[in-house]
Design a protein around this ligand. Structure first.
Ligand SMILES: [Zn+2]
Length: 325
């Protein structure tokens, strides 16, 4: 573990010490067929970078409709439904952004946070669970979210093992296929995806407002991150995107896990990109090409400029697809 963590603020100390006991694990990405340190050029682990950046995060608030807003800037996109029952959040951001998120939430309304739904188990969507639970939020998620958060869980693509979360951070209510709840007079439908980005992904539909939060089954404007370590796959990601396309209308507001709020046309474009890259990589692999040979063939070239500028570049996406075809 890098020693400069010890210069973090006291508020971050508890989290950092939790991280410290892990040690940053051995550099093996064998599970997805990548050479050590090939995944990210950043010399610092991206998980650490996410946490550090979250302390100085700037949160933007976009008001949608039906008392629903989106907070962007700390981890995954956070949906907020407000009203007399209090606030309901979809996803929790990173705990280092607590101050900024609290300010953003207070600027929407004075209603206290009463409910939190996690779209999946990943840290950039659940790290804020503990403090939000402390503020009074009851947490709901897929059963695999609680399962992965309950134990040390490895995320091979980040070369990082996440420690078991404290009891207060764990979802109190879990489900396997579908779960409905009423809050502020709004019906929310939570549905499990077939394993896609992970094996814990759910969609969260605000039925009356026609708003769908699709979690990390969609990174709008970016190649997908596929977490094979906890059940993700390229074909599952395509399948989830098909489900998203078929489920929404032209009027539906779609909230991706990361990236700007989008719509059906954006989802279709995403699906077509995924299918095109999957088919190219599959054809090359079938001809017997090694991963490195496929990377040299640049099957994502036509898409890199538009989709490959954030976390997952064309080479990494090629590797993720190769592992699953
Ligand atoms: Zn994720």
């Amino acid at each position: 573990m890098n020693t400069h963590f010890y210069h973090q603020t006291p508020a971050e100390g508890r989290m950092l010490s939790r991280r410290n006991f892990l040690g940053v694990a051995t550099f093996t990405t064998a599970a997805i067929g990548l050479a050590p340190r090939q995944v990210f050029a950043d010399p610092e682990n991206p998980v650490i970078t996410f946490h550090k950046d979250a302390g100085k995060a700037k949160i933007s608030i976009t008001r949608l409709r039906g008392n629903i807003s989106v907070l962007e800037g700390s981890g995954g996109n956070i949906a907020v439904l407000t009203g007399p029952d209090g606030k309901l959040l979809v996803d929790a951001g990173l705990s280092e952004s607590r101050r900024q998120l609290s300010e953003a939430l207070a600027s929407i309304s004075r209603d206290p946070v009463k409910h939190l739904i996690n779209s999946h188990w990943h840290f950039d969507h659940t790290d804020g669970n503990e403090w939000l639970h402390g503020e009074g939020a009851t947490i709901t998620a897929h059963e695999n979210t609680r399962k992965h958060m309950s134990v040390n869980t490895r995320m091979e693509i980040f070369n990082f093992t996440f420690p078991a979360a404290p009891a207060g951070a764990l979802p109190a209510t879990v489900f396997s296929e579908e779960h409905k709840l009423e809050f502020n007079g709004v019906t929310l439908v939570l549905k499990k995806y077939p394993s896609a980005h992970t094996d814990s992904d759910i969609s969260i539909e605000f039925t009356d407002a026609d708003i769908l939060h699709v979690g990390d089954t969609w990174l709008n404007g970016h190649f997908p991150l596929i977490d094979y370590s906890t059940g993700g796959s390229i074909n599952g990601t395509i399948q989830a995107t098909e489900l998203n396309v078929n489920r929404v209308s032209e009027k539906t507001i779609v909230i991706p896990g990361h990236g700007p709020i989008g719509n059906k046309a954006d989802l279709i474009e995403y699906r077509d990109m995924l299918v095109a890259v999957r088919d190219k990589v599959a054809a090359l692999k079938k001809r017997g090409l090694s991963l490195n040979e496929v990377i040299v063939a640049a099957p994502t070239a036509a898409f890199d400029k538009k989709w490959g500028t954030w976390l997952i570049d064309g080479k990494t996406f090629t590797s993720l697809v190769y592992a699953g075809v």
